[in-house]
Design a binder for this molecule. Sequence first.
Ligand code: FAD
Ligand code: THG
Length: 820
Amino acid sequence: MGSPRVVIIGAGIVGANLADELTARGWDQITVVDQGPLPLTGGSTSHAPGLVFQTNASKTMTEFARYTVEKFVGMDVDGEWCFSRLGGLEVATTLERLADLHRKQGWATSWGIEGTVLDPQECVKLHPLIDESQILGGLYVPTDGLAKASRAVVALARRSEARGAVFRGLTKVTGIEQGNGRVTGVATSNGVIPADIVVSCAGFWGPNIGAMVGMNVPLLPLAHQYAKTDQIPELVGRNSELAEAGFPILRHQDHDLYYREHGDRLGIGTYAHRPMPVSLRDLEESDAVSACDMPSMLPFTGEDFAPSWEQSRRLLPSLESAKIDTGFNGVFSFTPDGGPLVGESADVAGFWIAEAVWVTHSAGVARAVAQLLVDGRSEIELHGCDVHRFEEIQLAPDYVSETSQQNFVEIYDVLHPLQPRVSPRNLRVSPFHARQRELGAVFLESGGWERPHWFEANASLLEYLPEEWTPPARDAWSAKFHSPIAAVEAWRTRTAVAMYDMTPLRRLEISGRGASSLLDHLTTGKMDKSIGSVTYTLALDHAGGVRSDLTVTRLSADTFQVGANGNLDLDYFRRQMPGDGSVQIRDITGGTCCIGLWGPRARDLVQALSSDDFSNESFKYFRSKNARIAGVPVTAMRLSYVGELGWELYTSADNGLRLWDVLWQEGHQYGVIAAGRAAFNSLRMEKGYRAWGTDMTTEHNPYEAGLGFAVRRQKEEFVGRMALEGVGDATVTRRLACLRVDDGRSVVLGQEPVFLDGRPAGYVTSAAFGHTVGAPIAYAWLPASAAPGTPVEIQYFDRRVAATVVAEPLVDPEMKRIKA
Ligand code: FAD
Ligand code: THG
């Protein structure tokens, strides 16, 4: 038995890298097909100028880029380079951008890339074409540089071919052959190629290939302008034909521009123009491919370039005597959230995609896909790349088109981490939405849901806010998309009672005679408990990484309600479902709703409306019951992500508004308020509760994440158990640590680097002002040796904020409040 037969569709930088990564792992039955000629196929790679700026807000994307650099640096074609480490320079012409470059320098530090913010003089020393008077400074990353993408494809193809891979050009894929729910081959213009696994690396053509198996590929092809000048006197004689360039690659993001040298000419890329969506149907005809004529190159529209030319001449005065020589509108992929699309079809096993990937991230993504195929797991976590991360409504063509175009427009904008999209909005609302609006809810959006962040109606309570709960003023950046009203909402939650809309929390109903054993197999918890039990548990991957944290409620012998983290959980459970019909999985999120009713007065309030017994004796912590509240049938679960006495109250969507109204009316005498996500996030951090995807991912085991208590080691079998042999609280070398900011006022927001003994040692995951403890708090990945009491520093823009590792949880460590 050899390795599986793999067909890779597309011989661009992604397909070629994947062939290389798979053959490097010993898979030798790899066929790469491309509709275009080889090696210059006419895809986006064929004309990519190849700038590689590694630093990104996303740790995963930055790590992909770093791997691409490391890999390409060591490759050549007959002695000619594939990567030239020229360094990368991003300049600022506004104070806002300069500040943002400091923030970006922080990301670089967090993710392990060296970078420095330089003054204008130092920038000009590195890149003498820049007019020093135009800039305020720049971020310099010495390991950034130029990838010679088309040459790298040749190098990768040669290496793969030497290990047995076959590349076939002028072979257009026309269909995917299937049998028994699996791929069996690929139909092409040159006949059928049998396959056990098919990976579509078709770039912006991805939606066409996806459609062949009924798979949604949410990307939009957009044209983006790239032009070359004629000769620039200052560049003459500087660059050999082989070297091509000598100055750092350059970005001028305040005007959506980037630059590289082509010998004695300058290449200019711009995102300053209107988004130009491209219809795949219009492109398909062209067959001829040459360096300046290919399907992914559309004619240059000079009028769109004019403002960019103007701005370029301002920044780089040498251009004043120059002209634009050539230009084109090049096509590549944009997605609703800017991330790539990686994953296997939910319906046709063995059909995978790896699309919407830049040259910058290509080797990293390809390695991840190869690891998924060969080892079943990528070492770099992929939740922001998984094609199944999107909600159903986000797959609508109009949604994909609008949001992808918006991402084009915003590509170089300074974006606040909480900045909500402006449109489309109001896609999904809970039954409480009308009431929330009446209360002046300020909504943020996630997964298409409108989520109250705070309620302006609570502003009237600010005058009653006790001194010790009054938060210090924030700096302008951390004050954005925030309100001091959050303090009122936190205060009332801890001292009275608050209603939180938990409707967007993903809910799955897993039922059938096989449900209990499936959950037992997939989670770290004991599922065979009494009806009405609620279990906080983890789903791990085979390497013991945390795939999700869940609550599982046993509603009946064969019915469980799972509180999950998103679509990836649904996708995972569906794939793991036995094929014999013994388990059914239903996403009940949309048909139901949930109010988190939390605070010391929560029991008084519900009990006043119910003849069911909500007393501590008959309704214990982490138990669930069916009950009526003013006649409304609810499933009540006694748990609280904000760490207070109270219940999650679930009912069907039709009953939701009534449930809200009765609680609201009766709640008046108990001081009830509606509260939003800003308070929620602060309270959950004070209680030590982790947010999956932010605080921990598959890269972390439960002990590192501080979740070892949720692993039932006595259990004989569950996914991930073997990997945890010998692993425990005492063995881990890094840990999610709780930090408290020393000055009691400097709020950070997340992803900032943390320094230990003056050296970068980790990064912040979540952060908030802890209203109960009266100081900003944060969670951060740090060496396990950083015990409580250890002083650290958090880099916030260009300054260091002193903080201290503290024992957690900060609030109610004895569980007195929550178990009251
Ligand atoms: P492609 O290179 O497009 O490869 C996909 C292949 O699939 C094509 O060869 C195509 O022929 C083949 N294919 C499609 N359909 C079929 C079919 N039915 N049958 C057979 N084969 C098929 N990225 C950077 O990182 N840095 C940059 O500086 C940069 N600059 C850019 C500038 C411009 C003007 C443009 C347009 C893009 C730029 N990009 C840059 C983006 C980058 O070029 C792409 O993201 C990247 O090349 C995509 O690689 P790929 O392998 O996924 O796609
Ligand atoms: N509610 C429900 N399901 C959920 C969440 C929720 N699923 C996804 C996500 N949120 C899971 N996160 C948590 C985190 C902590 C707790 C619950 C859900 C929690 N932890 C107790 C603790 O650590 O003390 C567990 C105690 C125990 O195991 O007995 O309550 O918000 N429905």
